[in-house]
Ligand binder design. Structure first.
Ligand SMILES: O=c1ccn([C@H]2C[C@H](O)[C@@H](COP(=O)(O)OP(=O)(O)OP(=O)(O)O)O2)c(=O)[nH]1
Length: 214
């Protein structure tokens, strides 16, 4: 058995310049036969290979071993996600995508493959790249019960409330306060433009601290 390290690097290619490193490097210890491999620089997911030869009949799902075990650093999670090529060309997906790899898990990583094709079986060979592993930081979380939640722009709207076309409301660059889609498009002055065109402060701390503890 050999041991190696998988590192995520904040390397920027193609002449693009980013003002700062987005993340610190993460070292993941692993054991097994085949290293998770980033196929190309900049890839978010490292490919996982199959340790088994299996044939998935149309509509069949099966837990497939990778022969790989990892030790993620505390405060991190691994997500086992499908490969888009397998999905688009053969209808191969992962039942529980993203599969969650806890930092304390030391067992073999397994992939719950599903053949969604209605007519074609799919054969997996030993060594085939069947999924990819994305490693992300997760903050320590505590759940605090309160009697009332703080207000937000979205409130209880969800499940398609913003419509499906531009003329039904939303716009890619006009996210409201507390909307998880808000990102670097938000102007640096901490304001964005709401649906009514009014400037809306967006950097609102919304962690339930205004609620009343029960
Ligand atoms: O696609 C996956 C998902 C999970 N796991 C492993 C790692 C993970 O840490 C462990 C438990 O996963 P999860 O918490 O999703 O499973 P559970 O059904 O809640 O089981 P448990 O009661 O063991 O937590 O199983 C995999 O190998 N592949």
């Amino acid at each position: 058995m050999h041991r190696c390290v998988l590192r995520s690097r904040s390397r920027i290619g193609h002449g693009l310049h980013y003002p700062r490193l987005v993340t610190d490097a993460v070292e993941v210890l692993w054991t097994g036969d085949a290293a998770p491999v980033f196929a190309k620089p900049g890839d978010a997911g490292a490919d996982l290979t199959s340790a088994e030869a299996v044939v998935l009949a149309p509509g069949q799902r099966r837990l497939v071993g990778t022969g790989l075990a990892v030790a993620l650093p505390a405060g991190h999670v691994g997500f086992v996600v499908p490969r888009s090529g397998l999905a688009a060309k053969h209808g191969i997906t992962i039942v529980n995508a993203p599969g969650t790899i806890d930092s304390g898990y030391r067992g073999e990583l397994k992939v719950a493959l599903l053949n969604t094709d209605t007519t074609e079986p799919y054969a997996v060979q030993v060594g085939d790249r069947i999924a990819q592993l994305v490693v992300l930081p997760v903050p320590p979380v505590t759940f605090t019960r309160v009697t009332e939640l703080p207000d937000s722009v979205r409130g209880q709207d969800g499940f398609g409330s913003s419509g499906y076309r531009d003329d039904e409301g939303g716009h890619p660059a006009t996210y409201g306060a507390g909307d998880a889609r808000r990102d670097e498009h938000t102007p640096a002055d901490g304001h964005t433009t709401g649906q009514d065109g009014a400037a809306t402060p967006v950097y609102v701390h919304e962690q339930g601290r205004e609620g009343t503890r029960s």
